[in-house]
Design a protein around this ligand. Structure first.
Ligand SMILES: Cc1cc2nc3c(=O)[nH]c(=O)nc-3n(C[C@H](O)[C@H](O)[C@H](O)COP(=O)(O)O)c2cc1C
Length: 212
């Protein structure tokens, strides 16, 4: 079944996997619609929870919000307010722990990746039984991330999007029924000039793997 795959394909994929990083500062130069569509196409080919979405051919939806559009302004405002509200609620429960402080800052300054990148892309996966929509979304975004990297386009996850699936204003903006889709999102754009992600240490084969 894998006829046509060569060592060159495998080597190229390895390069892309190693070069993938979170980009958190973007150039104002806008990737083309064609490039964004090819990234989304990679996401649409990601695995999905087949039993959970039986009879729902429409189980994955993608919304592309362009920077400086009215939709971006609305989305940024809704997300910011939601994060401020969540920070207040959480603070009452767990106190001013670092996570809450960070959420408060987001509630004041806005969600990174929404408005400061050329595109904010929201992906929705129809919820079902078993409840695996969130996992399916992760596979979808992982495919998008690798494809974006292969095009030298940067991506930043916007996890705050996952909090919006039951938000009437946010779902209204996307024109989906509130609560029907799990949501996740990302920002896409070329990295800002000279952007270098911070050093990161990933688990190693030697330390992380046990063969039983
Ligand atoms: C489930 C999950 C949620 C994440 N959410 C965010 C996010 O909302 N914003 C962000 O900038 N990075 C987010 N990240 C990215 C991680 O911080 C990042 O992958 C990690 O620090 C390693 O850095 P790298 O992606 O550059 O290799 C998320 C990663 C995962 C796995």
């Amino acid at each position: 079944m894998f006829e046509g795959i060569t060592h060159e394909h495998s080597a190229a994929l390895e390069v892309i996997i190693k070069l993938r990083r979170s980009v958190r500062s973007f150039s104002a130069i806008c990737p083309s619609q064609e490039a964004i569509e090819s990234i989304i196409q990679a996401g649409l080919l990601a695995p999905f929870g087949a039993l959970a979405v039986v009879g729902n051919p429409d189980f994955r939806k993608v919304f592309v919000i362009r920077s400086s559009s009215a939709a971006m302004e609305v989305a940024a405002g809704i997300l910011k307010n939601k994060m401020a509200k969540l920070a207040d609620e959480l603070e009452k429960k767990v106190g001013p722990v670092p996570f809450v402080q960070n959420l408060k800052r987001v509630g004041q300054q806005g969600v990174s990746g929404v408005g400061n990148a050329p595109y904010y892309v929201v992906v929705g996966e129809k919820k079902g039984m078993p409840p695996v929509a969130a996992q399916s979304l992760s596979y979808c975004l992982a495919n998008m991330w690798l494809k974006a990297t292969s095009l030298r386009i940067g991506m930043q996850l916007v996890s705050a999007t996952t909090q919006m699936e039951s938000d009437p204003d946010f779902c209204g903006l996307l024109n989906i029924t509130c609560g029907e889709y799990a949501l996740d999102g990302c920002a896409l754009g070329y990295p800002a000039d000279n952007y270098q992600p911070p050093p990161v240490e990933y688990p190693s084969l030697t330390k992380s793997v046990s063969w039983l």
